[in-house]
Design a protein around this ligand. Structure first.
Ligand code: PLP
Length: 450
């Protein structure tokens, strides 16, 4: 049972674990009654979380869970230094971002200094969807053209424009039929399954891209650009083939388009070996979008681009966000960067991620259902298949394994258009012990059945 395997909240938090709270079922009923919208949660009756500490969360009944699916809280839950910085700034000043204050100047400069040379103009927003919408508007304003290329199976957000370039069938089953006509999606360069299975050269993918681009050329409406994650997140953290991004960027730029790297999920140190996903590809985008971890869960997003691209929005209108880059958000963002540096979290993502990946890869030999391990650092995908030749996705098995892991106190969920990839994205403070606990429990489930 989980209680024997997981550390108790008391063991992790010391004294001061609160008295019992309302039962999960009662809270779940309240949530069902009043929380609107299909708030996507994979679990039918999700645990009702009450507190967090480092890579663990605790539900209202005091159960501990190892959080392997959180790509928002990158520092780990409940970081006291971040809490102090936010509350101190809140007491000092928080206001509409139309005012001028120290934190917004300092934080913009910090973000620009993290980006490649020439990307020095920063817009601050509240989420990844907003950042991608703004990036698309910038591309439209800069090029005067509307057509945009994206990858099939991508997810870029839920707002109107970011949703339009999201063609992930798992996240939005209507995506393929409801795309507006300015969106042109090209087959994803997935080397594990699909049309490009086993392909080692980028030629095939590039041919597919060029075919779509030539169809866009033929319409004579120009090209606004290309948006993609530099690591193929939604399919389960699949690395793009070497040189793919740089080659596509070349094709886009030759047509006057701009290249947008969506780093919302994979950027900001998560890959361990690189701060940005595009570094792995040796490609430099014109626009970077970030969110999620940059505020460690505090709503914060940003677009980093060139002065020329940023300036072109002035032709089209203006940019304004009341709370994007508020004093509290900026202090949160700067403190996250300070903590990441002081606690060497990117290096931890690299070292613990390498260890974890090594242990997951070893499962391939022992368990036929484990087809492949994708990704790097603390952004990994374990793809489960019924047959290694046909690659038939083990969708139901993946769901059952996740439920069994939940019983054992581990939070991890399926991703990919076949929902057969365990997407592993814990806080960057994950320890080797917690990584080992996760693999031990996974192997227990794989060996004993689910
Ligand atoms: N881009 C990517 C790659 C994402 O994974 C997400 C969220 O899952 C978004 C954009 C949208 O970010 P947000 O949920 O903060 O709007």
């Amino acid at each position: 049972a989980w209680s024997e395997l997981c550390p108790s909240p008391a063991a992790l938090l010391g004294a001061g674990v609160d008295a019992p709270k309302p039962a999960s079922a009662e809270l779940f009923a309240l949530r069902e009654a009043h929380l609107a919208g299909p708030q996507k949660n994979y679990y039918e009756t999700p645990p009702q979380m009450e507190r967090g500490w480092k890579e663990h969360m605790f539900d209202v009944e005091g159960r501990a869970y190892l959080d392997m699916l959180n790509n928002v809280t990158i520092l780990g839950h409940g970081h006291p230094r971040l809490a102090e910085a936010i509350s101190e700034q809140w007491l000092r000043l928080n206001t509409n971002s139309r005012f001028h204050y120290t934190a917004i100047a300092e934080f913009s400069e910090r973000l620009a200094s993290l980006a490649p040379e020439g990307l020095e103009a920063v817009f601050l927003v509240n989420s990844g969807s907003e950042a991608n919408d703004l990036a698309l508007r910038l591309a439209w304003a800069h090029t005067g053209a509307k057509p945009m290329l994206s990858l099939l199976e991508a997810y870029h957000g839920w707002s109107v424009a970011s949703d339009a370039v999201s063609t992930s069938i798992a996240d939005n089953p209507q995506a393929l039929t409801t795309r507006p006509d300015w969106v042109h999606a090209v087959l994803s360069p997935n080397t594990y399954r699909g049309a490009f299975r086993g392909s080692e050269s980028t030629t095939g993918y590039l041919d597919a891209v060029v075919e779509v681009l030539e169809a866009i050329d033929a319409k004579g409406e120009g090209l606004a650009g290309f948006i993609a994650e530099p690591v193929y997140g939604n399919a389960g953290g699949i690395s793009l083939p070497d040189g793919f991004l740089a080659a596509v960027y070349g094709q886009i730029r030759a047509r006057g388009g701009v290249c947008i790297a969506d780093e919302v999920q994979v950027g900001y140190g998560r890959l361990g070996h690189h701060f940005w996903g595009f570094e792995q590809q040796g490609a430099i985008p014109d626009i970077i979008t970030i969110a999620k971890g940059m505020g460690d869960g505090h709503p914060l997003g940003a677009v980093i681009t060139t002065r020329a691209i940023a300036g072109s929005l002035e032709k089209e209108g203006y940019f304004f966000s009341s709370t994007g880059g508020s004093p509290v958000s900026c202090v949160a963002g700067m403190t996250v960067l300070d903590i990441m540096a002081d606690e060497r979290l990117q290096e931890n993502a690299r070292d613990v991620g390498d260890h974890l990946k090594g242990r997951l890869v070893a499962l391939i030999e022992r368990h036929p259902i484990v087809g492949a391990v994708h990704g790097m650092g603390l952004y990994l995908g374990l793809e489960l298949v019924r047959d290694r030749t046909t690659l038939e996705p083990a969708t139901e098995e993946t769901a059952a394994i996740c439920s069994r892991l939940l019983d054992l106190g581990i939070l991890v969920q399926p991703t990919g258009d076949h929902l057969n990839v365990l997407k592993i994205k814990p806080p960057l403070c994950l320890t080797v012990d917690s990584a080992d606990f996760f693999v031990d429990m996974l192997e227990k489930v794989l060996s004993e059945g689910w």
